[in-house]
Every structure is written in C-alpha cells, then in structure tokens.
Design a protein around this ligand. Structure first.
Ligand SMILES: [Zn+2]
Length: 227
C-alpha cells in the first residue's frame, strides 16, 4: 500500500487512544515501521529492488528481496516485540493489543495490494500478495483511495486531512495506469532513487497526517462544545 494510506491507517488507532496515553507520532511510526526498515535495508544493500527496462507503472517495479523487513515471520516478531515492550512499560493490556495491531497492519495492507513479493520466512521461495498492482490496477487504485477515505471518515477527520488524503492518492494516479505518463519513468534501474522517493513520501505523509489530525471535524467540535 502507498505511504499516504499507511499513514491514514494510524487514524483507526488514534480514535481509540485515551488522552495522553501515547503520543500519536508513535502510532504513525508503528504503522510505517517495516517500511522505514525496508528503506534502511535497501539503502545499505541488504534488501533489493529491481525494475523493468522501462517503468510505466508500479507493476514494473519489483520489490525483489525483502525478507527481513516484509516477511510474515519478521512482521510477527516485530509486532509481538512491540506489544511486549508496551506491556512492560505501560502495564495496560488494551494498549498492548492496540500497539500489536498497529505494527501488524502494515503487512496485512501490503499483502492485499502487493505483487507476489511478501515472503513467509527469511529464506522462503514462496511469496504472498494478491498482485492487484500488477493485474488489477484500477481495483488497486479504487481500493487504496477508498481505504484512505474510510480511515478519515472513521476518525471523523477535518477538511485539511481529507484534502491531504485525496491529493496524495490522486498524485499516485500515473503509477497505477501504464497508459498515463508520469515521473515514474525516471525510476528505471534506479533502486536507490526509488527508495529515497518512498522515504520522502513516508515522511511527508506522516507529518501531514500528524499535523492535520490534531483537530477533528467541525461537526464533532460543535457537538463537544455543546456538551
Ligand atoms: Zn510495505
């Protein structure tokens, strides 16, 4: 899933945080933790990304080797480690469950959208992924934007948050459809550039969702003001 919608998924959890229980930035880092790990491991050359000779859309970019950041087993280890860390520090079972789910969300969303590139273990040759990006890009695009909007609606977000989620999804349009030219053409055989573009998307969407989720919808503020 693309960075904006991973960031939006944090809103599902923010709604259930009680006041001062945990800064929201930790939830945003949690839903993107394995992507940040993927960026780091790609930049140092441990995990690998390849492309077709010409990149027309996201299906031409292959996350060829990412067993440490994006395998099922690594995601489970990281999620349960985060849960145990939370329980030791906060002693709250409800918060422990929330944090475990925060860290698990990423791989679940990736399996739904990714090409066949999510391994089960560190050395597995079989991979998971419904390959919506490669085979059904229109469905992938509609699913991504609908999920982002659902997170906004569930959180009862304000107008700025809605515009952010919509614009970042629309900005990805050419990545979903080979017939629509876009800047992705510059990414052929440039795995480090791909990694840096994704890092930029992670950081900017994380910041904007953090900033614009500080207040919720006008309707909710109005209701609160009356109560
Ligand atoms: Zn991912």
């Amino acid at each position: 899933m693309f960075a904006i919608n991973h960031a939006a998924s944090a809103l599902l959890f923010k709604k259930h945080l009680k006041n001062n229980e945990l800064p929201f930035i930790w939830i945003l880092i949690g839903v993107q933790f394995i992507e940040l790990l993927w960026v780091t491991l790609n930049l140092v050359g441990v995990e690998k990304t390849t492309t077709e000779n010409v990149v027309h859309y996201v299906g031409d970019i292959h996350l060829a080797y990412m067993p440490y950041s994006h395998s099922i087993i690594s995601s489970l280890i990281i999620a349960f480690a985060a849960g145990i860390f939370t329980f030791i520090n906060k002693k709250k079972m409800r918060l422990t469950v929330i944090i475990t789910l925060v860290f698990l969300t990423h791989i679940i969303l990736d399996i739904v959208t990714h090409n066949h590139d999510v391994p089960y273990t560190f050395s597995d040759k079989t991979h998971l992924g419904l390959s919506l990006y490669q085979n059904y890009p229109l469905i992938a695009f509609m699913l991504e934007i609908t999920f982002g909007l659902f997170c906004w609606w569930y959180y009862e977000g304000n107008l700025k948050l809605l515009v952010t989620i919509l614009l970042f999804n629309l900005a990805n349009l050419s990545l979903f459809f080979p017939g629509i030219p876009g800047p992705e053409a510059l990414l052929a055989h440039r795995p480090k550039l791909i990694t840096l573009v994704i890092l930029f998307q992670i950081l900017i969407t994380m910041y904007l969702v953090w900033k614009f989720s500080k207040t919720r919808s006008v309707h909710e503020n109005f209701v609160h003001a009356r109560v």
